[in-house]
Design a protein around this ligand. Structure first.
Ligand SMILES: Cc1ncc(COP(=O)(O)O)c(C=O)c1O
Length: 379
């Protein structure tokens, strides 16, 4: 089966291990196992309980404990609506493969995580792209989306909060997407890998989950971003039970179950989610302020201020393609940014601004980017 190269992942694989300052990474500074243990009431007892886990395949769909904690992230989910996966990347892959058949029409936003349009394309679907444009605050044009759905449309793919733009769809907007999907009976897959990271105080930081808004609504989630635990390689699907059963038929072929130790650490993290999220939101707020001040002063850069998540999409005004820009930037300054071209958007740069807790790293990276652009402007 032919599938296009995954632009972002290939760029990350090639460049991320030899940069000095990583401004391409989308995670908030990851936690250590020790830090997770120390959040519990009795770290020693929690640690001992890990040592006694017998390493069987475990509960196939994910432990009751973890699925119970995950269900609490939604208004109307039961543990039976949840299945754990190998990251949100596994979740998206399973959902799309379970729904899409050759000849189906699939509507997807762009820019977004490439899985959402390249997997349907590789399955033989006719993919219609709703471009996210800065003049619309990077939100989809709903009239355009409406014009793309027809009786063959099996799936609409959206991403909220959006990677790379940090745009956020609120409840009323999401309900309009649902209305469009209802006209043709399509599922809506909302990649919610960055859910929990609205740029507001803890308590108001979760966008509504697509699972709660629509009888054919599917939310995919991740431990990598809001919970800063990418190394667990755990994500999940929240979906109507019939879709979970369809997913499980595929999952039996490629997953069986997720790691038992990962499952337990994830459950512990969720039992302490307030502390995890407060830390992520603080890092994001501090770094977002630095980024915003830099953009305001930087003559070569403009952006739509992100509302959520850990990334922003930067427009630059220099006559150089984005891959050459990023490759030279890294070789000449040690700073890594991600070229828009690998997200199918030439002329843009994605910045991930939350990987370091201390804002001085971002400040140093941005000042090197400014000096580099000054040099480019003189060439
Ligand atoms: C929008 C989006 N979805 C899914 C993923 C995959 O995340 P995970 O680490 O949970 O597999 C990413 C990773 O960057 C992402 O940005």
């Amino acid at each position: 089966m032919y599938i296009r190269d995954f632009g972002v992942e290939m760029w990350m694989n090639e460049y991320e291990n030899d940069c000095e300052i990583n401004l391409a990474e989308t995670c908030v500074k990851p936690f250590t196992v020790r830090e997770i243990m120390e959040m519990t009431d009795n770290p020693q007892a929690t640690w001992e309980s890990l040592l006694d886990i017998q390493l069987t395949y475990g509960a196939i769909e994910g432990s009751e404990l973890l699925r119970g904690e995950l269900a609490k992230l939604y208004e109307s989910a039961q543990p039976a609506n949840i299945v754990t996966t190998h990251g949100a990347i596994g979740a998206n892959n399973l959902v799309i493969n379970s729904i899409v058949n050759p000849g189906d029409r699939v509507v997807s936003v762009l820019p977004t995580y490439q899985q959402l349009y390249s997997i349907p394309e590789s399955l033989g679907a006719e993919v219609r792209i709703c471009p996210l444009l800065p003049e619309n605050g990077f939100l989809p044009d709903l009239d355009e989306m409406r014009s793309y759905v027809n009786e063959n449309t099996s799936l609409i793919c959206i991403n909220n909060p959006n990677n790379p733009t940090g745009a956020l769809m609120g409840r009323a907007f999401l309900e309009q997407v649902v209305e469009i999907a209802r006209t043709c009976g399509a599922y809506v897959l909302c990649d919610e890998a960055y859910r929990g990271l609205n740029h507001t105080e803890y308590g108001e930081n979760f966008a509504p989950g697509m699972f709660d808004l629509y009888e054919k609504g599917i939310s995919t989630g991740s431990f990598s971003k809001a919970f800063s635990l990418a190394g667990l390689r755990l994500g999940w699907i929240a979906a109507p039970r019939d879709l979970i059963e369809a997913v499980n038929r595929h999952r039996d072929y490629n997953t069986i179950s997720c790691g038992l130790i990962d499952d337990r650490l994830a459950a512990i993290a969720l039992q302490n989610k307030e502390a995890l999220l407060r830390r992520s939101l603080k890092i994001i707020a501090d770094n977002a302020a630095v980024l915003d001040a830099w953009v305001a002063e930087e003559p070569h850069i403009s952006y739509v201020k992100p509302q959520a998540g850990t990334t922003a999409f930067l427009k630059y005004d220099l006559a150089i393609d984005s891959k050459t820009f990023c490759s030279r930037l890294q070789h000449e300054t040690g700073v890594m940014l991600l070229p828009g071209a690998v997200m199918d958007r030439e002329g843009w740069l994605r910045i991930g601004y939350c990987f370091a807790e201390d804002t001085s790293e971002l400040e140093e990276g941005l000042s090197r980017v400014s000096a580099f652009m000054e040099k480019l402007a003189q060439e």
